[in-house]
Design a binder for this molecule. Sequence first.
Ligand SMILES: Cc1cc2nc3c(=O)[nH]c(=O)nc-3n(C[C@H](O)[C@H](O)[C@H](O)COP(=O)(O)O)c2cc1C
Length: 141
Amino acid sequence: MYLVRLIYTSEISDGFGPNDIEDILEKAKKNNAECNVTGLLCFNSTHFLQCLEGSRKAVNETYHRILNDTRHRNIIMLNYCEIVEREFENWSMGYIPYSKLTTPLNLKYSGSSAFNPLAMSAGSAHKLMLALRDSLLAHAM
Ligand SMILES: Cc1cc2nc3c(=O)[nH]c(=O)nc-3n(C[C@H](O)[C@H](O)[C@H](O)COP(=O)(O)O)c2cc1C
């Protein structure tokens, strides 16, 4: 089945606890590895920006579970499209924490240096995630 990419943003719900992000990442990595979904999750302690890529069926099923998760709200799909290749093939779910989101990259892709996915076009949000991926890869070497 051919590949799709889905990008959405959301914000934490009231009651989101300090351990929730670890739980989300653990579950995401396990589930995504099982259904060959790959992607990236950015989180600055209030806002999420996530990219999911994989087969249409796997991405849709994953997104439906995510939509029903009460740990976040105001879930807004920014982009859904067919793709010819993956861009995050090394990560069942890569993670970009707050410390990496305070970079000038925000200024490059939005009107301010703050991380605010709602202030970005879908194209800018996508490009920001590619730039964050590249900076992660560069630091891993
Ligand atoms: C911001 C956010 C991102 C998430 N990303 C994923 C994901 O990529 N894959 C996944 O399976 N679950 C993800 N989850 C968790 C799902 O909402 C859900 O809790 C989980 O898939 C349930 O898995 P289970 O049925 O195996 O218990 C995410 C949740 C949140 C709040």
